[in-house]
Structure formats: C-alpha cells, structure tokens
Design a protein around this ligand. Structure first.
Ligand code: IMP
Ligand code: MG
Length: 185
C-alpha cells in the first residue's frame, strides 16, 4: 500500500517513559506483593518493549505470556472486530494476572480481551496500559494503571507501529503527514 510521506514529532521522551514505567512498577508491585507468581500477559505486538521494561522494574516472581489480538491491520482505524490470532500458552484459572497493553483507543481490543480472560476465572485480573486516548473511547473500559493520557493523535515508537514501521524508536512520537505537492516557502 503506497503511503503518504510522514515525519515523526517527539511527544514523550525515552527518559520520561522510563521514569513513568518505574513509578507504575512500584504501584503494581504493591498491589501484587502477596502473589505467589504473577502472570504478566503482553498483548502483541505493540506491548513488547513496554512489557520488557516493566517486568524488569517489577521485582516480583513473574511468568510472562503473550496474547495476540488484532483489530487494526495496516490502517489507522480500528475495524472494531477483534480476532484472537494467538492465545495464551498457560492456564490462568485461579491465578493473578496483569494484562499489559500499549494503547487503549476505542476500547474494543481491551474490552474483548478482558471479557475473554475473565471467563477463565483468574483470581485477580488487572490491566496496565502505557497510553490512553480517552477522547476516542467507544467501549467503556479503563486500565487500572495508565502511563500517559494522550490526545487523539496517531503515535508510534516504543513498540508501537504505523503499518509495521517505527516500533524501534526509543521515544513516542506523533505521525504528521507531509504534503509533498506543497512548494517550500
Ligand atoms: P482499540 O481496540 O481501538 O482500543 O485499539 C487498540 C489497539 O489499536 C492498540 O493496542 C494499538 O495496537 C492500536 N492503536 C491504537 N491507537 C494507535 C496509534 O495511535 N498508533 C498505533 N497503534 C494504535
Ligand atoms: Mg495493540
């Protein structure tokens, strides 16, 4: 699919993200201090950088598992139809579970995943999302911990992609399209 050229404007620096991840880990650790072995579930693929940083700050016995749900394809809009592309490897019945998501946008993805995982009777199910775009919400879901609330902008970096690109940026930036037909001033 040919794409309009775009530039990425930094929105949240790597340093700011690191400080926030540390603070989130501190709060999460307090919540699960009595847990035998926490199951940390990363939603692929966007959460892979966040979950890697978060678990290293957690200082708790953890098991890491992954779930892949898809509602986006290569576009910028949710299709509102959530499909499970890869399920968890382990059972979560009776376990304490922390779901780690990159962005809560319309809420369709998280709503579907929470409903599905609740059906497996975990002891405790909590959600930590790095980013939240509350103005975009269509399904009433809220993470128990949120890294940053952001306005309605399309963002990339720190694991988050635009058509599978820019996941490896160390910061979070917003995508700005450039009209190449415009003559420079
Ligand atoms: P929702 O189902 O509309 O809440 O969409 C959530 C998923 O859409 C996130 O897990 C992301 O993978 C993706 N997403 C939402 N907003 C953005 C964005 O600004 N950039 C890249 N991916 C996004
Ligand atoms: Mg995602």
């Amino acid at each position: 699919m040919p794409q309009m050229p775009y530039v990425i404007d930094e929105m949240i620096s790597a340093k700011t993200i690191a400080a926030r991840v540390e603070a989130l880990a501190h709060e999460i650790r307090a919540e699960f201090a009595d847990t035998d072995k926490l199951v940390v579930v990363g939603l692929l693929r966007g959460s892979f950088v966040f979950i890697a940083d978060l678990v290293r700050e957690l200082d708790l016995p953890v098991e890491v598992d992954f779930l892949e749900a898809s509602s986006y394809g290569d576009g910028m809009e949710s299709t509102r139809e959530v499909r499970i592309l890869k399920d968890l490897r382990g059972a979560i019945e009776g376990r304490d579970v922390l779901v780690v998501e990159d962005i809560v946008d319309t809420g369709f993805t998280l709503g579907h995943v929470i409903h599905m995982l609740q059906g497996r009777n975990p002891a405790r199910l909590r959600v930590c999302a790095l980013l939240d775009k509350p103005s975009r919400r269509e399904v009433p879901v809220k993470a128990d911990w949120t890294g940053f609330e952001i306005p309605d902008e399309f963002v990339v970096g720190y694991g988050i992609d635009y058509a599978q690109r820019n996941r490896n940026l160390p910061f979070i930036g917003k995508v700005r399209f450039v009209d190449v037909s415009e003559k420079p001033q």
